[in-house]
Design a protein around this ligand. Structure first.
Ligand code: GTB
Length: 217
């Protein structure tokens, strides 16, 4: 069997905080117990023909299991979940709901979180940044309220841990340094439960090792 190969940043701009999207793919592979190889690509290589053949948008992560080559972290995690079991419930309705939560993470929760990162980091030096950041937070707050209301005091979003939780935790992790989750202790605890999973720890350690290795290694 051809080994699974993913791509990741040769050196992530986050220095190994696990925020680049290869971490969620590594996490899914660790959850299902599949070994994988990683092809590291730098920013220049991302835009060259060899990588554009893997992802026309010139981004990481990508995935190839010998049967199918994919880009988009959502599609990749879904493929892993469908192919190797354990991340999706066996019953079709539960499966659909887990996929629904993956989409909710990627389409409903991640966009306003990305807006916040953009406003703070990439546009933080613009003269209007001081006005924009509170507006973006205002738009994010109701989403977090609603997510927390759904979660209640449950451990996971819909029964057992699923690919939906993997994706939701991955998305919420980007709020880590903002301190915003302090206002939603149940969501902070939910994220901490995700991070405490041995598979997440292995995924995080693997990307950290790449991003903290000595220059030239
Ligand atoms: N929708 C795609 C998916 O889900 O796979 C988005 C993929 C994506 O945005 N990839 C980013 C990338 O390749 C890396 S993860 N960017 C390079 C480019 O577009 O040229 C986004 C990311 C980058 C950096 C940090 N960081 O340093 O904190 C965090 C997240």
């Amino acid at each position: 069997m051809i080994p699974i190969t993913i791509t990741a940043f040769d050196r992530s701009p986050d220095g190994g905080r696990g925020l680049a999207r290869d971490t969620r793919v590594r996490w899914a592979l660790e959850e299902v117990g599949q070994p994988y190889a990683v092809r590291l690509v730098d920013f220049e290589a991302l835009k060259q023909a060899e990588h554009l053949a893997r992802n026309p948008f010139g981004q990481i992560p990508t995935y190839d299991d010998g049967e199918v080559a994919l880009f988009e972290s959502g599609a990749i995690v879904l493929r892993i979940a469908e192919r190797f079991g354990t991340l999706l419930p066996a019953d079709p309705a539960g499966r659909s709901r887990a996929v629904m939560w993956m989409f909710a993470a990627l389409n409903t929760i991640e966009p306003p979180i990305l807006d916040l990162t953009t406003a703070k980091i990439f546009e933080g030096d613009r003269p209007w940044a001081g006005q924009r950041v509170p507006l973006v937070i205002e738009r994010l707050r109701p989403r977090l309220d609603q997510l927390a209301a759904h979660l209640g005091d449950a451990e996971w979003l819909d029964g057992s841990f699923s690919a939906g939780d993997l994706m939701m935790v991955s998305v919420l992790l980007r709020l880590g340094s903002s301190g915003l989750l302090d206002d939603w202790p149940s969501l902070a605890a939910y994220v901490a439960r995700g991070e405490a999973r041995p598979a997440y720890k292995r995924a995080f350690a693997a990307q950290l090792a790449v991003n903290t290795r000595p220059q030239g290694a």
